[in-house]
Write a protein that binds this ligand. Structure first.
Ligand SMILES: CC(C)(COP(=O)(O)OP(=O)(O)OC[C@H]1O[C@@H](n2cnc3c(N)ncnc32)[C@H](O)[C@@H]1OP(=O)(O)O)[C@@H](O)C(=O)NCCC(=O)NCCS
Length: 157
């Protein structure tokens, strides 16, 4: 009875876990809805099976509603992409997803995490700054249409 009640109460509540190669299609769909240049399912699959890639997902009632994905090299990680499905944004889901991801990276011995973010991407900028990322560089004209990317860094541990 308690199991039934607790299942009922947590139904639809977002959960955070490691992403698997089987999530490739769902990740490609959320990515495509979030960025101008979408990733194909094959591209995502190849990343997910890579030994140097770490990925996490947010799910609700078994449906993938967000992801974050990093590539590791020589004690550093680069966050390649993070996105929450459009209908789920603004509910502070990215923060616990990022926190879980950073804890996993730290557990794998990663010392510094880098990423690029558009200088006018306010939600992403706030998310990263709240999580302790600081600007360490700028890449002018990095994006299509000439927008500037900020390079952010956070040291772990
Ligand atoms: C960036 C993204 C992952 C954030 O996910 P989210 O779960 O919606 O994030 P939150 O609800 O925690 O909001 C993050 C912060 O942005 C703020 N925010 C949300 N929408 C905003 C908007 N339209 N303008 C300004 N700030 C906004 C929130 O208030 C929060 O700041 P706070 O913690 O200081 O209050 C999500 O917006 C997204 O998927 N965007 C498209 C993909 C993308 O740009 N990814 C990042 C590439 S580097």
């Amino acid at each position: 009875m308690m199991n039934f009640v607790s299942r009922l109460l947590t139904r639809g509540k977002p959960a955070f876990s490691e992403a698997r190669p089987a999530d490739a299609a769902a990740i490609a769909a959320v990515h495509g809805a979030s960025f101008q240049r979408g990733w194909g399912e094959d591209e995502v699959y190849r990343l997910l099976v890579g030994s140097n890639v770490v990925a996490h997902r947010a799910t609700s009632s078994g449906k993938l509603i967000g992801f974050i994905l990093s590539r590791l090299a020589a004690g550093e990680a680069e966050i390649l992409s993070v996105a929450i499905a459009p209908g789920w944004r603004g509910r502070a889901l990215a923060r616990p997803l990022l926190d879980l991801h950073l804890r996993r990276l730290a557990g794998l011995g990663v010392r510094s995490v880098f990423l690029e973010v558009g200088e006018h991407n306010a939600p992403a900028g706030r998310l990263y700054r709240r999580a302790g990322f600081r600007e360490v560089g700028r890449r002018q004209g990095y994006y299509e249409r000439g927008a500037t990317a900020l390079v952010l860094r956070r040291d772990l541990g």
